[in-house]
Design a protein around this ligand. Structure first.
Ligand SMILES: Nc1ncnc2c1ncn2[C@@H]1O[C@H](COP(=O)(O)OP(=O)(O)OP(=O)(O)O)[C@@H](O)[C@H]1O
Length: 265
């Protein structure tokens, strides 16, 4: 009998994506794969154009991938689920905001509940869950304002609130710190840690290697559409990896306060 403990895992394999016309098709993602524990926070890093957004969308099942694509969360085949069933389990916070500028913040956050609503019953979105998601993401103060009237950073937090209202098992975020000031960046990453502590698996595409090093458990390094490295941040984020992946010189030392890796350029 095996004594090995079952470790719930997010496993992705065979993820590919081609773009371009019939005569100019090219792979922007090639057979990408990685495996990380459920309930962890993983940073997806890599240079501009590496394929991070493509990988996020393939993981979320919002774009077509290769026939071999497989994404499994604790044994559940996510890409094999019907769209609505997948939307109950997977939330994707994308870089670009969708055209929801004429809705109020509360209405946008309520949209996170749509996958959970019964198609036969016209029910008001669960108020408690929506209010809690808004409070957690720090957007309650502007709940009745139109999304379009908010700053970029405030809008970003609203997208986060909507994703939280969705109560996903897998939360995917494409550059969630893009519009945020230093404190808001730290708050956002702290919030992701909190969400993961409650069992949600979090994968966030990040450009700031020190946010990845400071807040994430694992890192997936993507370059030219391929996964170059994956593992715990302290093992993967080395000076050599930074040089080879980004072509810049860096030192990686232990952070004097936290002991986590600190990348100095
Ligand atoms: N629909 C598309 N048509 C053509 N090319 C595309 C399309 N989507 C993505 N690409 C190309 O695929 C490559 C990967 O893009 P992707 O947005 O996934 O990279 P990224 O790592 O997220 O980049 P960034 O850090 O700049 O946001 C890029 O070269 C991009 O130009």
């Amino acid at each position: 009998m095996s004594t090995r403990e079952h470790v719930p895992t997010l496993k992705a394999s065979g993820l590919g994506r081609q773009v371009g016309g019939r005569n100019a098709r090219r792979d922007v993602l090639c057979d990408a794969g990685f495996s990380v524990p459920v309930g962890s926070v993983t940073a997806l890093v890599g240079p501009n154009g590496a394929g991070k957004s493509s990988l996020m969308r393939v993981l979320a099942g919002t774009v077509d991938s290769s026939h071999q694509a497989h994404v499994e969360l604790d044994g559940i085949d996510l890409l094999g689920l019907k769209r609505r069933d997948r939307a109950r389990r997977v939330a994707l916070v994308e870089q670009e905001l969708r055209a929801e500028f004429s809705l109020t913040v509360r209405q946008v956050v309520e949209m996170g509940r749509i996958p959970h609503e019964s198609p036969w019953a016209v029910a008001a979105p669960e108020v408690g869950i929506v209010e809690e998601a808004m409070a957690t993401a720090g957007v309650t103060a502007f709940a009745d304002r139109l999304l379009g009237s908010l700053s970029g950073g405030e809008q970003q937090r609203v997208q986060m609130a909507r994703a939280l209202a969705q109560e996903p098992d897998l939360l995917l975020l494409d550059e969630p710190t893009n519009h945020l000031d230093v404190k808001a960046q730290q708050d956002a990453l702290g919030l992701l840690r909190q969400v993961a502590a409650q069992g949600t698996t979090v994968v966030a595409a990040l450009h700031d290697l020190n946010l990845a090093a400071g807040y994430c458990d694992h890192v997936v390094v993507l370059a030219d559409g391929r996964v170059r490295a994956v593992g715990p941040v302290a093992e993967v984020l080395t000076a050599e990896l930074v040089r080879e992946t980004y072509g810049v010189a860096a030192d990686v030392i232990a952070h004097p306060r936290t002991g986590r890796p600190l990348v100095i350029f």
